[in-house]
Design a protein. Structure first.
Lengths: 351, 320
C-alpha cells in the first residue's frame, strides 16, 4: 500500500494491474452509517407486541438458543425479512436517485421523474381499486412491469439520435403527470375502502413483507449495485457535461443507456416490493453528498447506506410512534428525512 | 393575438358545453331574455363564473410557473415545487380532520394561509447563509419541505377514511361549484400578483441570464427575487385557494410559451396569461364532457390534455 495524498490510500496490485484510490473519510462514514443501520435493525426486530431484548435478537439471528422458543419464529419469520427488505429497498432507491442526479445533472432528479413510480403506481392502484380480488402476491411483479414499461416508453420517446438529459427530464415529467392524473381518477371515483388500501401502497410500506419478497428483490441488487459502483468513474465524467465527457473518452450514449437501465431496474424492483417511497431517492444522495463530497466513487456507497438507514429507521419510527397503529414507512422517510436534510442545509449554508 | 382569439372561443365554448345539454340558442337567450328557468340559471350562475374562474386560475398558475422557472433557472420548477400546493393541501386536510370544516370558502381560507406560510418558510430556508437566495438552495429546500408536508397529509388521509372521502375531489383540483363571491374575495390578490409580475418582467429576463450578469447590469437582484416571490405567493396561493392544487399548469405553460415567443419575459408573461387560461378552460370543458354526466376534476384533465402536447413539444422542439 502506498500512502498518496492526505487521508487517501492507494491500493495497487501488479498482476492483474488494478489500482484504487480509497478515501479514508468515506470508509469512516460508511462504518458509522453501518453501525447506525445495524442498531436500527436490531431495535426494529426487537420491537413489537412481543418485545424481544436486543441481545436475544442478535442471538436468535445467529442461531444461538435463547430462553424463549417463540423468539425464533417471530424474529426469523416475521420481523427479520421485513427489516432486511426495508434496508435493501432503501439501498436500491438511493443508488437509483444518485445515478439519475448525475445523469440529468439536476439536483431535483429522482426515480420518480423517470416514470417508474408513476407506471408502477398506476398499475398497482388500478389493480387494487378496479380488481379488489387480485391476489396481493402478484402485485409486485405487475407493478414492476408497469414501472419498467413506462421507463422504456420514456426512453423511446426521448430518443432522437441521442438521449439528451433535458428531453428525458421533460418527457418524464409529462408521462408522470399523465399517470398521476389517471391515478387520481381512480382515487376520486373508486370505492373508499379500496382507495384507502391503494393509498397505503402508494405511500410505500414494508408491512407484511416476507422472505419471498426479499429473494425476489435481492437478485436485482446483486446484479445492478456492483454495476453502478463500477460505473462511478463514468458518472463523474458525465456529470461534467456531454462534450467534456466525450473529450475525456467516454462513450456517452452507451454509458447513459446502461446507467439509466441500472437506475430504472433498481428503482422498479424497490417500488414493486414496497410501493412508491418517494423521499429516499431524492434526498439520500443529497445527504450523502454533504457528508462525503460529490465524487461518485464515494457518493454511491454512502448514498446506498444512507438510503438503507433511512428506510430502516423510518420503519422503526412508524411502528413505534403511534403504537399500536402502524404508520407506513413511506410517510416517515419524508417526515424524518426532511427535517434532517433541512438541518444539513442550515449547517452548510455558508458553503 | 391569435391566442386571445382562441381564449375567447374557449370561454364561449365553456359556457356552451357542459354536463347538461343546453342549446346555443338557449345560451344566448339566457342573457338577452332571462326568465329564471333551470337552464338559464345553469348558464348564468354556474357556467359563466366557472369559465371566468378557470381562466383566471389558469392565467395565475401560468404566470407563477413562468416566474418560478425564471427565478430558479430550473426547467422543473413550478409553484408546486416550492411547497405551496403541499402546504395548502395539508392545511385543508388538517382543517377537515380536526375542525370538520366542510365549506369551500373555509377550504379557501386555509389553503391560502397554508400555502403562504409554506412558501415563506421555503423562501427563508432557501435564503440562509452568506450567498443569499440561490436557485438551487430554494429548489432543494422546497423539495424537502414538500416531501415533509405531503407525507403528513397522506398520514392524515390514511388514518381517517372519512377525511379522505370528503377531501379527495378537492385534492384533485377542481373548479366545480365555485361561485363568484369566492372569486371576488381572491381577485385583489390575483390582480396585485399579476401586476407585480408584469412590472418585474425586465428584471426577470435579466435574472434568467444568471445572477452575476444581472448584478453586472445594475439590477438589485435581492429585491427582484423578493418581489417575484411575493408575486408567486399571491398568484399560486389564490389559485390553490379557489381551485385546490392543480399541478402541471405552472410547469408546462412556461415551456410552451417559450417555444413560441423565446426568452424575453416581457413577452412570456402576457402569453403565459393567455395560454394558461386556454389550457385550464379547455381542460375544464373536457372534464365536463368526456364522461357526461359525470364530472372529472379539472386537475386530472390538465395533465391528460396537456401531457401529450407537452411530450410532443419536448420531443420535437428540444434541440439538445
Amino acid at each position: 500500500m502506498i500512502k498518496g495524498m492526505k487521508g487517501r490510500v492507494a491500493l495497487r496490485t501488479r498482476r492483474p494491474p488494478i489500482s484504487f484510490r480509497i478515501d479514508l473519510r468515506v470508509i469512516a462514514i460508511l462504518l458509522l452509517l453501518a453501525l447506525v443501520t445495524l442498531a436500527g435493525m436490531v431495535a426494529n426486530v426487537g420491537y413489537g407486541e412481543y418485545p424481544i431484548p436486543p441481545l436475544d435478537v442478535v442471538k436468535t439471528v445467529l442461531g444461538i438458543q435463547t430462553t424463549d422458543g417463540a423468539y425464533s419464529f417471530i424474529v426469523n419469520t416475521l420481523r427479520l425479512p421485513r427489516v432486511l427488505v426495508a434496508f435493501l429497498v432503501g439501498v436500491g432507491l438511493a443508488i437509483a436517485g444518485a445515478i439519475l442526479q448525475g445523469l440529468t445533472r439536476n439536483p431535483l432528479a429522482a426515480p420518480e421523474i423517470v416514470g417508474v413510480n408513476a407506471g408502477a403506481g398506476l398499475v398497482a392502484v388500478t389493480l387494487i381499486v378496479a380488481l379488489p380480488s387480485f391476489p396481493f402476491s402478484l402485485l409486485p411483479p405487475a407493478a414492476f412491469g408497469g414501472g419498467l414499461g413506462i421507463a422504456v416508453l420514456l426512453y423511446l420517446l426521448a430518443w432522437k439520435g441521442n438521449s439528451s438529459p433535458m428531453r428525458l427530464i421533460l418527457i418524464g415529467i409529462g408521462l408522470e403527470a399523465m399517470a398521476s392524473a389517471l391515478i387520481w381518477v381512480m382515487i376520486v371515483f373508486g370505492e373508499i375502502f379500496q382507495v384507502s388500501r391503494a393509498l397505503i401502497w402508494l405511500t410505500g410500506s414494508v408491512y407484511g413483507r416476507t422472505w419471498d419478497n426479499l429473494w425476489s428483490l435481492l437478485p436485482w441488487l446483486i446484479v445492478f449495485v456492483p454495476l453502478a459502483f463500477f460505473y462511478s468513474r463514468h458518472l463523474n465524467a458525465l456529470n461534467l457535461g456531454d462534450e467534456v465527457a466525450r473529450g475525456l473518452g467516454s462513450r456517452v450514449e452507451l454509458q447513459r443507456a446502461l446507467l439509466l437501465l441500472t437506475s430504472v431496474a433498481l428503482a422498479a424492483s424497490a417500488v414493486a416490493t414496497a410501493g412508491t417511497i418517494t423521499f429516499v431517492g431524492l434526498m439520500a444522495p443529497h445527504i450523502a453528498r454533504r457528508m462525503v463530497g460529490p465524487s461518485y466513487g464515494g457518493l454511491l456507497p454512502t448514498s446506498a447506506m444512507t438510503g438503507g438507514a433511512l428506510v430502516v429507521l423510518a420503519d422503526l419510527v412508524g411502528r413505534t410512534m403511534f403504537a399500536p397503529t402502524e404508520i407506513p414507512c413511506g410517510i416517515i422517510t419524508a417526515a424524518v428525512g426532511a427535517p434532517f436534510f433541512l438541518y444539513l442545509l442550515y449547517r452548510t449554508r455558508n458553503a | 393575438m391569435v391566442g386571445v382569439g382562441v381564449l375567447v372561443f374557449c370561454l364561449l365554448a365553456s359556457v356552451r358545453f357542459g354536463a347538461a345539454e343546453i342549446g346555443t340558442g338557449d345560451v344566448i337567450s339566457s342573457f338577452t331574455d332571462y326568465d329564471g328557468s333551470t337552464d338559464d340559471l345553469i348558464i348564468r350562475t354556474l357556467r359563466v363564473p366557472r369559465a371566468i374562474i378557470a381562466a383566471l386560475v389558469g392565467a395565475s398558475l401560468g404566470v407563477a410557473g413562468a416566474i418560478m422557472q425564471g427565478m430558479t433557472r430550473n426547467p422543473l420548477a413550478e409553484p408546486g415545487v416550492l411547497g405551496i400546493n403541499a402546504g395548502a393541501a395539508l392545511a385543508v386536510v388538517a382543517s377537515v380532520f380536526l375542525l370538520e370544516a366542510s365549506s369551500l370558502s373555509t377550504y379557501a381560507l386555509f389553503a391560502f394561509v397554508g400555502g403562504g406560510i409554506t412558501m415563506t418558510v421555503v423562501y427563508s430556508l432557501g435564503s440562509m447563509g452568506r450567498a443569499g437566495m440561490t436557485p438551487i438552495k430554494l429548489v432543494v429546500a422546497g423539495a424537502a419541505l414538500n416531501a415533509l408536508l405531503v407525507s403528513l397529509t397522506t398520514a392524515i388521509l390514511i388514518l381517517s377514511q372519512r377525511t379522505l372521502d370528503e377531501i379527495r375531489f378537492w385534492l384533485a383540483g377542481s373548479v366545480a361549484g365555485r361561485d363568484l363571491n369566492l372569486l371576488l374575495q381572491v381577485l385583489p390578490y390575483i390582480a396585485v400578483g399579476l401586476l407585480l409580475a408584469l412590472a418585474l418582467s425586465r428584471q426577470l429576463t435579466a435574472l434568467t441570464l444568471g445572477e452575476d450578469v444581472a448584478t453586472g447590469l445594475g439590477q438589485k437582484t435581492a429585491w427582484t427575487k423578493f418581489g417575484a416571490a411575493v408575486a408567486v405567493i399571491l398568484l399560486a396561493g389564490s389559485s390553490v385557494a379557489i381551485a385546490g392544487p392543480i399541478l402541471f399548469v405552472g410547469l408546462i405553460i412556461p415551456h410552451v410559451v417559450r417555444f413560441f415567443v423565446g426568452v424575453d419575459y416581457r413577452w412570456i408573461l402576457p402569453y403565459a396569461v393567455v395560454f394558461g387560461a386556454i389550457l385550464l378552460v379547455s381542460a375544464d370543458i373536457a372534464a365536463r364532457v368526456v364522461l357526461r354526466p359525470q364530472e372529472l376534476p379539472v386537475g386530472v384533465m390538465t395533465a391528460l390534455v396537456g401531457g401529450p402536447f407537452f411530450i410532443y413539444l419536448a420531443r420535437w422542439r428540444v434541440k439538445r
